[in-house]
Ligand binder design. Structure first.
Ligand code: PXP
Length: 245
């Protein structure tokens, strides 16, 4: 299940964060998505949080309508979000844990602990033809539950790997490598994301089972200094280099 070229999903949430700081229309996450497509992104990712702190409902509607690339809709496993996904039919839905008080998605979804809550919601999304992925920690038990839930894809949380340093980071990278190999053995498509930057992307992009990386916050920050398209192109270049392209 490995591929030479890895897909880059560009997360536009924090374009909306900047916009919302002033409450107007600028900068527009749809424009960022359209430019990302021109710069070679393979997909657009957006998280409609329960509190609408960055992306709002009309953003998702415009992204679905106007972006040609596949949309990966990040959502909590609530009936409200399942309803929105069923109405808008994004290409993919990535189920993430969500707590109001957190600044970002701080850990993976405990699919093993929430099997009964997740099962009917995953099923409804799958029945609608939406490709379901589960955002989880690189942990064998979580992977096995993802299989039991019928999710075809998992996204492994790279946040801890990115935050740690030295030997601790190397150990976390090893966990990610092992989980990626487990994905292949279990028949799961392996994606990764969260917190990735230029200095952390190459090691995960080099893991052969990884098919897609979803990256946002760093790209939006880097765009301030070198421009949005340039930041994406540089990330793309590093991902390709890691794959020997
Ligand atoms: N993947 C998932 C499932 C996420 O929740 C996020 C953050 O919204 C990302 C990827 C992107 O993380 P970052 O913005 O730190 O690159």
């Amino acid at each position: 299940m490995s591929t030479r070229r890895i897909r880059l999903g560009v997360n536009v949430d924090h374009v909306a964060t900047v916009r919302n700081a002033r409450g107007g229309r600028h900068p527009d996450p749809l424009r960022a998505a359209l430019l990302a497509a021109e710069a070679g992104a393979d997909g657009i990712t957006a998280h409609l949080r329960e509190d609408r702190r960055h992306i709002v409902d009309s953003d998702i509607e415009r992204l679905v309508k106007d972006v040609k690339l596949p949309l990966n809709f990040e959502m909590a496993a609530t009936d409200e979000m399942v309803g929105i996904a069923l109405r808008l039919r994004p290409h993919a839905a990535c189920i993430v844990p969500e707590r109001r008080e957190e600044r970002t998605t701080e850990g993976g979804l405990d699919v093993a602990g929430q099997h009964n809550h997740l099962a009917p919601r995953v099923q409804r999304l799958r029945d609608a033809g939406i490709r379901v992925s589960l955002f989880i920690e690189p942990d064998r038990r979580q992977l096995e539950t993802a299989v039991a839930l019928g999710a075809p894809v998992v996204e492994l949380h790279t946040g801890r790997y990115c935050e740690l340093e030295g030997e601790a980071r190397a150990a976390e990278l090893e966990r990610l490598r092992k989980a990626a190999a487990d994905c292949e053995a279990l028949g799961l498509e392996c994606h990764m994301g969260h917190g990735l930057a230029y200095d952390t992307v190459e090691a995960v992009a080099a893991i052969p089972q990884v098919m897609e990386l979803n990256i946002g916050h760093f790209l939006v920050g880097e765009a301030i200094f070198i421009g949005w398209k340039e930041a994406l192109l540089e990330m793309r270049r590093r991902m390709d280099k890691a794959r020997g392209i």
